[in-house]
Write a protein that binds this ligand. Structure first.
Ligand code: CP
Ligand code: NVA
Length: 316
């Protein structure tokens, strides 16, 4: 086995090679099959996991907590409303202490710099469970779901219609560039992803063969294997809601947009939670093309694979 991820953090996915991402996706498929067979494993026995949350979560928290706990690990939920970090104690000092008590740390919150500092000072693997900038564990589940429907993702066409500068769109761009997925962001110019990340992804795609496109033209969904969307105002951006509704209304994923792919087998993806009637209609997300619920389940399998691969001493 040439891939060894023991001790590695997952902060942005930018520092993971295509081979390492492939390894995590293949391990997630194996872990899911084990779960479906009812296999009981205890690969996290004796391990501990700190789950730090500044922002709300259903899927990410439950995926980490159940994946770790059901295999003998001890997860500890730490809301930043309750702990000293950011009030009486620096992120650095919190990281130093957590690193003495936990085998790994998950952080969900606002700043990317917080999760980076936790990784620098704790000495254990740190997982970004969503920041304002990236949502890397999400996109592992998204690509796993795409592959469950269409096989290997390289060369497939994935379109994101909505807030092109948000954490999910940015992370989809990164994983697509790495894996050779043709990724089109369909968004108003005011919400284009930042130039720096686009340039980075374009240079990565020169190696992988991915086509990365940013456009306002909804006709670009033509031929898409999957159409993806996310909320119009992310957590922490509630004050921008009205402005976003005006900007993004034309980018709603509805049956008319799904039909514009010209394919009957295009699937719909959404990281969830969804606001039905805004970024997606109920007819689409609750309809036959939707794979959003499989995608939500796959959060658990991909997160278990990530922890098995990176926590030292765990058998994969
Ligand atoms: N997709 C996702 O991260 O969901 P939660 O906010 O419920 O964790
Ligand atoms: N972009 C959304 C994703 C939620 C999983 C947010 O940050 O709120």
């Amino acid at each position: 086995m040439s891939v060894n991820l023991k001790g590695r953090s997952l902060l942005t996915l930018l520092d993971y090679s295509a081979e390492e991402i492939r390894y995590l996706l293949d391990l997630a498929v194996k872990v899911k099959a084990q779960s479906k067979k009812g296999e009981v494993n205890q690969r996290f026995t004796g391990k501990t996991l700190a789950l730090l949350f500044e922002k709300r979560s259903t899927r990410t928290r439950c995926a980490f907590e159940t994946a770790f706990g059901e295999e003998g690990g001890h997860p500890v939920f730490l809301s930043t409303q309750d702990i000293q970090m950011g009030v009486k104690e620096s992120v650095e000092d919190t990281a130093r202490i957590l690193g003495r008590m936990f085998s790994a740390i998950q952080f969900r919150g606002f700043k990317q710099s917080t999760v980076k500092t936790l990784a620098e000072y704790s000495g254990v693997p740190v997982y970004n469970g969503l920041t304002d900038q990236f949502h890397p564990t999400q996109v592992l589940a998204d690509i796993m779901t795409l592959e469950e429907n269409f096989g290997v993702s390289a060369g497939k066409k994935l379109c994101f219609s909505g807030d092109g500068r948000n954490n999910v769109a940015r992370s989809l761009m990164v994983i697509s560039a790495k894996l050779g997925i043709n990724f089109t962001v369909i968004t108003p110019a005011a919400l284009n992803p930042d130039r720096e990340l686009v340039e980075t992804c374009l240079s990565i795609s020169a190696v992988s063969g991915a086509q990365i496109r940013i456009t306002e033209d909804r006709a670009e969904v033509g031929g898409a294997d999957a159409i993806y969307t996310d909320v119009w105002a992310s957590m922490g951006e509630e004050s921008k809601k009205e402005e976003r509704v005006q900007l993004l209304k034309p980018f709603q994923v509805n049956e008319a947009l799904m039909n514009r792919t010209g394919r009957k087998d295009t699937i719909f993806l959404h990281c969830l939670p969804a606001i039905k009637g805004e970024e997606v209609t109920a007819a689409v997300i609750d309809g036959p093309s939707s794979r959003a619920w499989d995608e939500g389940e796959n959060r658990k399998h991909t997160i278990k694979a990530l922890m098995l691969a990176t926590i030292p001493g765990c058998a994969e």
